[in-house]
Design a protein around this ligand. Sequence first.
Ligand SMILES: Nc1nc2c(c(=O)[nH]1)N[C@H]1C(S)=C(S)[C@@H](COP(=O)(O)OP(=O)(O)OC[C@H]3O[C@@H](n4cnc5c(=O)[nH]c(N)nc54)[C@H](O)[C@@H]3O)O[C@H]1N2
Ligand SMILES: Nc1nc2c(c(=O)[nH]1)N[C@H]1C(S)=C(S)[C@@H](COP(=O)(O)OP(=O)(O)OC[C@H]3O[C@@H](n4cnc5c(=O)[nH]c(N)nc54)[C@H](O)[C@@H]3O)O[C@H]1N2
Ligand code: SF4
Ligand SMILES: [Mo]
Length: 749
Amino acid sequence: MNEWKPTACILCECNCGIQILLGPDGRSFEKIRGDKLHPASAGYTCNKALQLDHYQNGRVGRVTAPLRRRADGEFEEIDWDTAISEITARLQEVGLRHGGESIFYYGGGGQGNHLGGAYAPATMAAFGMRYRSSALAQEKTGDFWVGARMFGYPMRADVEHAEVAFFVGKNPYQSHGFPRARTVLKEIARDPDRSMIVLDPVRTETAELADFHLQLRPGTDVYLLSAMAAIMVRDNLIDADWLGEHAEGVDEVLAVLRAVPIEKYCATADVDLDLVTAATRRLARAQSVAALEDLGVQMNRYSTVVSYVEKLVWLLTGNVAKPGTQYAFTGMAAIGHDRGHPAGEGPVSPVAGAPIISGLVPCNVITEEILTDHPARYRAMFIESSNPVHSLADSARMRAALRSLELVVVIDVAMTETAREADYVLPAATQFEKYEATFFNFDFPRNIFHLRHPVLPAPDGVLAEPEIHARLVEAAGVLTEDDYAPLRAALAQGREAFAMAFLGVLADPQRSKLAPVLLYRTLGPTLPGDAAAAALLWAAAYNCVRKFPDSVERAGYGTGLAAGERLFEAILAGEHGIVITEDDYEVTWNRLRGNKVRLVVPELLAVLAGLPDAEGESGEWPFVLSAGERRAFTANTIVRDPRWRKRDGGGTLRISLADAERLGLAPGDLVRVTTRRGSTEVPVEPTDRMRPGHLSLPNGFGLSVTGPDGVPVTTGVAPNELTEFDSRDEWVGTPWHKYVPARLDMVPV
Ligand SMILES: Nc1nc2c(c(=O)[nH]1)N[C@H]1C(S)=C(S)[C@@H](COP(=O)(O)OP(=O)(O)OC[C@H]3O[C@@H](n4cnc5c(=O)[nH]c(N)nc54)[C@H](O)[C@@H]3O)O[C@H]1N2
Ligand SMILES: Nc1nc2c(c(=O)[nH]1)N[C@H]1C(S)=C(S)[C@@H](COP(=O)(O)OP(=O)(O)OC[C@H]3O[C@@H](n4cnc5c(=O)[nH]c(N)nc54)[C@H](O)[C@@H]3O)O[C@H]1N2
Ligand code: SF4
Ligand SMILES: [Mo]
């Protein structure tokens, strides 16, 4: 039976709904189209979704049996029982010697797969693990922390309905970040009553659609944004009434902004003062401004301070809780939340003493927590759905760190750069071979959730992550049939009785951590369509009702316990994705701490008040390299087969026409890029999109795969061979990958 099967694209956090038609072999993706029934993407996809067959059926590197490293360093296949019992014994050994907290958990999901990782807390509890991290702690934790300080709740922007869209270090045309991005950008560009303002040193596809492109010098956003905020104050463009009603700390912030040397800062950023003034006036005059900041500033100098001043800019004219502005979202899982401890007061990592934001140890300190003789160092790592050897700063150092550990376990679909350093590789079913979901659902006023059903069966030899976690927890001996029996008996009486019995689990802090596996083994097998992996969503649905009762009710699920059941049933049945909550814009105020915004974050305001002059590029390092740009055919390291790229297959180094001419470089010429950390050869692409002095390399390249003839092939440059772990943010430790001092040397022909 050949029919279109609904699922989602997994190549960026948008997870657009798609439909797949399988070929006659029942495995190849013969056709892929946007799913018009998906509540957020409504049929939209970008060019990348059409290449998903290369993820599912790419002929390189799929792992289909558990692997164990032999003494000679090679991997050998073992069966699952052996793998689970050996890994359990070795994790327990490490725990006995050094404490379970010496086992570090990393990952838990990429752009579209968070359901499996949601079971990991049970494994962590079973082995006493305490510290964890994920890619979020090398990009978003600064934003989370600032959000927690100013709002007490993470915020997102309603770009779709904004009069002015404000993009700071973000190129949504390529990277998306909100539904149907290209369509929305074009709508704004076409509409004479709406405007787009872009801060980016590169004339990106987004900048080309913008009314105001502030093409600043790399790394100077803190100056330019300060100047914009200061112009609002100087020219009396701020919404004083709104601030009086909704904000605290107004006078203190205004005093700092009045002292900003506007002209000097614009000169530092190398953007014309008149252009900055015009853009600022446009922004201030708008009924609604939606602002998105992303890696261009989050991985750049003054990252966390920039996250702060960027928010000041849109707060000064009151862009909160109205259509087209910023909102506080609902969701099935809490992403982006943090306690917002003042610097130096919150939890810290055991060795480096780095702040743990949103439960995550900063990625850039992980190697410091390992490559040391500190007694509290990590001794083992459990890595799931992520590729830190490739994705974190300084790949060579990350490899050395993994090699120094007593045990590394990796759960992945493929033999990745990280898996190659493991002692055990546990092969997972792909995202199209199992139930899967993302928790990156931040839509508003209607938020959605999409439980994706399997499109095709998994091959023998691989398991879905919930099953792997359940087996590990059971092998550790912390859950047995005796634990399941009472819950199963309650379930036999119906879901209401089950809910009561489950409350007993939650009341016990130790057992509540094992709840995912308890649900998977009891409720799981009773769910239709082999949807055991969805069991955890039952508790998440109840939790969503508890946290957002009015929003769930408005979405049509009623109230109380019944609403939890209805929401869960709708999720199970809704193959195309469903609306889970419906809000009005005003509700944002109820979610903010004290129903107000706090303009003052003392530590960060102090930095703004005393900004030193910007350093220029030095003689030794005349270029700034942006290491990891999103392009038409990049998708982190999710697709490993290089044939998925329809263009830009080699991953060029982009350089300005002026620099190329000065150095006598023609398109495709090889140059040697050298940074403090590494050196590599790469073909150049001279382009008028780049500023002189700025270089850019794409992300997701430099994967090495074994070609059909057994010879390893590496395509392009792995950006983190060139980056440093200690080039990072002072407050939250996020890396400065978009600001890597570099030089170029000619490659003799
Ligand atoms: N095609 C594609 N899309 C993706 C991904 C992918 O791999 N490929 N990955 C997804 C993920 S994980 C993420 S986090 C997002 C990231 O999405 P983005 O942050 O939008 O992506 P980047 O291209 O890394 O960086 C954005 C912009 O920052 C600019 N920039 C560089 N230096 C500076 C600077 O000093 N100041 C300013 N203001 N801008 C600067 C770059 O020129 C670039 O245009 O994309 C997601 N979407
Ligand atoms: N220099 C530099 N470095 C960067 C960036 C940059 O701009 N510059 N961007 C950073 C950003 S924003 C991010 S988000 C990170 C991303 O880096 P990571 O979080 O490490 O994630 P991915 O590259 O997305 O890798 C996802 C992994 O999941 C595996 N996988 C795919 N499907 C499944 C599945 O169903 N189950 C399991 N278990 N595994 C699966 C893939 O094979 C791959 O190994 O990279 C970061 N690194
Ligand atoms: S890569 Fe494109 S199609 Fe896939 S989820 Fe992102 S925006 Fe949608
Ligand atoms: Mo990311």
